[in-house]
Design a protein around this ligand. Structure first.
Ligand SMILES: [Zn+2]
Length: 71
């Protein structure tokens, strides 16, 4: 079992705009917010979601942006 310590990532970023993201951002290779390159070790998973066209995207963010943009 995996213990969760809070709401799921997608709940913390409900208004994340997936429209206009680069391919790199859509697959989690770059920060969704600032566009900076991400490595698996530091990236914060924002939760899989779908863009307006129904295409699955896998947004991730660097820790600073994830903290700044969460409510
Ligand atoms: Zn960032």
């Amino acid at each position: 079992m995996t213990e969760t310590t809070g709401p799921p990532a997608e709940a913390l970023h409900p208004n994340l705009n997936t429209d206009g993201l680069t391919d790199e951002q859509r697959r989690g290779g770059a920060c969704t917010y600032c566009g900076g390159p991400l490595t698996t070790g530091i990236a914060v998973d924002l939760g899989e979601r779908r863009d307006p066209d129904g295409v699955r995207v896998f947004p991730r963010a660097c820790p600073a942006c994830a903290e700044r943009c969460a409510p």
